[in-house]
Design a protein around this ligand. Structure first.
Ligand code: ZN
Length: 312
């Protein structure tokens, strides 16, 4: 498989461009297909592009069989992406360049705190930010293993989400200085995402409400790197009957082989698009075309979670 970011440079930069960016650490489940469908419909209803990025930076957790399954599932449900697939693992030099910029601007420092050590501290001091800045003013021997953190500050990070309203946060009080390069030298999720969104020309990013905190941190990195901030739109998360978010970690079932038309139909109901009942018996293309033509994201305004009901 090849990346095709180069093919895309001729496109109109003002055109709406959105992406779906799964990690190949499992198959798609109901919640992830919900996000994929919403971002697809949002892009297509604005004649925009919808790109596919595979967040495969962690070789220990990423597997080719899940990449194959994700691609197969999206195609099976009629969610065809534009251009080739963008693989994060093929863009590590871009992440390093961004890290170099932040280091040069004195916005980073090395940290040798272990996760265990931080957890223990947090249990005793729950009011402190996730990382209380222990290594900020230390000189670390960089010949040994260390992570790189970005310095945060007390200036509020603010952006407006069309569904969830204005979001504002002082990162020094919440996440604290966060990791941009892990101690195993794998780029941190926020930095990689920000660099890729910039390089791919993404100007609209739909994602689950559970990633709101990530969006704030990413917005901050965009400011430091001089990148524009895409319009972040936070979709409700799908929760099970116990109000737990459906996810790979909580054992959500793969959606790969679910019946296509029925699944799309119920996803549209959950997206509050009110599909007419007869659509349930029509071909996949008809249901997708109807959904693009009738898509109204405002129906999800203020909604942060939706209960998943078993359709069987
Ligand atoms: Zn530290």
């Amino acid at each position: 498989m090849v990346t095709s970011t180069e093919e895309k440079t001729s496109l109109n930069p003002r055109q709406n461009r959105s992406r779906f960016a799964p990690s190949p650490t499992g198959e798609l489940h109901w919640g992830s297909l919900f996000n994929a469908l919403a971002s697809y419909l949002q892009a297509r209803s604005q004649q925009g592009e919808w790109l596919l990025r595979i967040d495969d930076l962690d070789p220990a957790r990423s597997h080719q069989r899940f990449i194959d399954s994700i691609l197969y599932t999206l195609e099976r449900f009629g969610l065809q992406w534009d251009g080739g697939v963008y693989y994060q693992s093929q863009h590590t030099e871009h992440y390093q360049a961004a890290v170099d910029v932040l280091c040069k601007n004195n916005q980073t420092y090395a940290c040798r705190c272990s996760r265990k050590q931080l957890k223990r501290y947090h249990n005793q001091h729950p009011e402190t930010p996730d990382y209380p800045g222990f290594c900020r003013n230390k000189t670390i021997d960089t010949r040994s293993q260390y992570a790189l953190r970005v310095k945060t500050n007390r200036i509020p990070v603010v952006f407006s989400d069309p569904l969830q309203g204005t979001q504002q946060q002082i990162l020094a009080q919440t996440s604290g200085d966060f990791i941009i390069m892990r101690s195993d030298k794998i780029t941190g999720y926020h930095l990689a995402s920000v660099v890729d969104d910039f390089n791919m020309g993404i100007n609209q990013a739909l994602r689950g409400y559970d990633l709101l905190q990530s969006s704030i941190q990413q917005c901050y990195l965009q400011q430091l790197l001089g990148y524009p901030t895409p319009q972040y739109v936070h979709l409700p998360v799908i929760v099970d009957t116990g109000a737990i978010k459906l996810s790979k970690q909580t054992g959500a079932k793969p959606i790969t082989h679910n019946p296509v038309v029925e699944t799309l139909f119920y996803l549209l109901i959950q997206l509050r698009q009110k599909p007419p009942p007869e659509l349930r018996h029509l071909p996949r293309k008809t249901i997708i075309d109807w959904a693009v033509a009738n898509w109204n994201i405002d129906r999800l305004k203020g909604c942060t979670k939706i209960k998943h009901q078993n359709q069987e």
